[in-house]
Design a protein around this ligand. Structure first.
Ligand code: PLP
Length: 449
């Protein structure tokens, strides 16, 4: 009974990143079924999922191989821990497979349940690394404004979103610099000059805090939840130069970018980054089981393995056999179907090309994207980049309009955000474009643009 279920949802279920008061009053939809790239709700609506769930179901919803692998594993060994000098076969196999699909220097992995915990783990690893090197004063981490790195206290402190920081008292060893958002802040500068200028804020921050105190810089190759901020081509090479020259560890948060989102296995590869640590989660199991982790590069791993004493960090479910079985099956599907390359060469170019048709739409200020990852920035005035409505109301209207027309997209600030499953066909991309076009037209009509 849909009405009863919705009533119980409003009465008992506190939803993440939700206005709890409004939800308790109004409720939402109950999603009860999904296949391929479509989700269904108990009111009989079918929606094309332009967000791959929450950037995780890169292979869509019909991957039986993953479901069966989890079922088999639960029957054989549903759980055992990895603490008591014990391991389990799926954890070993997945660790090995991950080391094969990451750049050469990554041979070790620490498993968590989520991206947030993985980013906490990064801090633990970095601090342990410098302690073992005899440099315990190197504790400071530099991150970026508008970043999202998760919701635990440490990951929330790493993140740089102002509304979240109003509710999280950030850890004092974490500092923030600007993100390379050319459309928002670049003014009259070329994207290339702007990219170098923002990257050099890292150098200035290291000078301000002291090179002997700064341990690491963490960033997403492309800021996702912050609005799919595609960095200017000059940004990452300059950041890399600074990290190398100043001996700062570089942490790439690949929680969204990993597993094909930007057209290669890792966002770091797309942008030529050479990180020492990489966070993953989400698409590692295609979103079917909770799993995250940190890929630990040789520079850090060599010190951890050489140093004596316990690494006092871990989670009951680190290397959970059923979650790892889902990860193995997901990696097998990715490899067997060659979907990362197919989507990068056939579907993503079509997606990006079709999206750019909206550049002439009256409410569109910028279309940006890479691979199966994109944002459409809404404006009232293309020349001045004046926003459509205060407090992102224009983009909220547009998102609601898209949802009403059967397209699941997300709104961040004034941008419409899209990350469709890699298994989309070009025909399905055309359907997404058509639905987005209707939402943009309705938005333009509503605001009289
Ligand atoms: N890092 C990034 C880049 C993310 O986008 C997210 C979640 O959206 C996280 C970390 C946190 O992951 P989780 O929600 O699994 O804790």
């Amino acid at each position: 009974d849909t009405a009863a279920l919705k009533q119980l949802d409003r009465a008992h279920h506190l939803h993440p990143f939700t206005d709890l008061h409004a939800y308790a009053e109004q409720g939402g939809r109950i999603v009860n079924r999904a296949e391929h790239i479509y989700i269904h709700d108990t009111d009989g609506n079918t929606m094309l999922d332009g967000m791959s769930g929450l950037w995780c179901c890169n292979l869509g919803y019909s991957q039986k191989q993953i479901v069966e692998a989890v079922y088999r594993q639960l029957q054989e060994l549903p759980y055992y821990n990895n603490f008591f000098k014990c391991s389990n076969q799926p954890a070993v196999e997945l660790a090995t497979m991950l080391s094969e699909v990451t750049p050469g220097q990554f041979k070790h992995v620490f498993f968590t349940n989520s991206g947030s915990e993985a980013n906490d783990t990064n801090i633990r690893l970095v601090h342990r690394y410098y302690d073992l090197l005899g440099k315990p004063e190197k504790k400071l981490i530099i991150s970026r404004k508008n970043a999202y790195h998760g919701s635990t206290i440490a990951a929330g402190s790493l993140g740089g979103m102002a509304p979240m920081h109003k509710q999280v008292i950030g850890l004092d060893y974490i500092h923030h610099i600007n993100q390379p958002h050319w459309f928002e802040n670049g003014g009259d500068m070329s994207p290339e000059d702007y990219g170098v200028q923002v990257a050099r804020e890292l150098e200035a921050k290291i000078d301000e805090l002291g090179e002997d105190k700064v341990a690491a810089f963490i960033a997403e190759p492309v800021q996702g939840a912050g609005g799919v901020i595609i960095p200017p081509s000059t940004y990452w090479p300059e950041v890399q130069r600074i990290c190398d020259e100043r001996d700062i560890l570089l942490i790439a948060d690949e929680v969204i970018c990993g597993f094909g989102r930007t057209g290669k296995w890792w966002g770091s590869e797309t942008y030529g980054m050479k990180p020492h640590l990489m966070t993953f989660a989400k698409a590692v199991t295609n979103g079917y089981m909770p799993l995250g982790g940190v890929m630990v590069g040789d520079k850090v791993a060599d010190v951890l393995l050489a140093g004596g004493g316990e690494f006092a960090h871990g989670l009951t479910y680190s290397g959970h056999p059923a979650a790892c079985a889902a990860g193995i099956a997901t990696l097998n599907v990715l490899k067997e179907t060659n979907i990362i390359e197919t989507s990068a060469t056939e579907v993503a170019p079509h997606f990006q090309r079709r999206l750019r048709e909206f550049e002439s739409h009256p409410v569109v200020g910028q279309v940006r994207g890479q691979g199966m990852f994109a944002a459409v920035e809404l404006v009232k005035d293309k020349g001045s980049r004046e926003r459509l409505a205060p407090e992102s109301a224009g983009a909220v209207f547009c998102r609601d309009s898209a949802n009403k027309n059967g397209l699941m997209v997300r709104q961040t600030g004034d941008a419409m955000i899209m990350a469709p499953p890699l298994v989309c066909s070009t025909g399905e991309i055309d359907i997404l474009i058509e639905k987005l076009g209707i939402a943009l037209d309705e938005t333009a009509a509503h605001y009289g643009v």
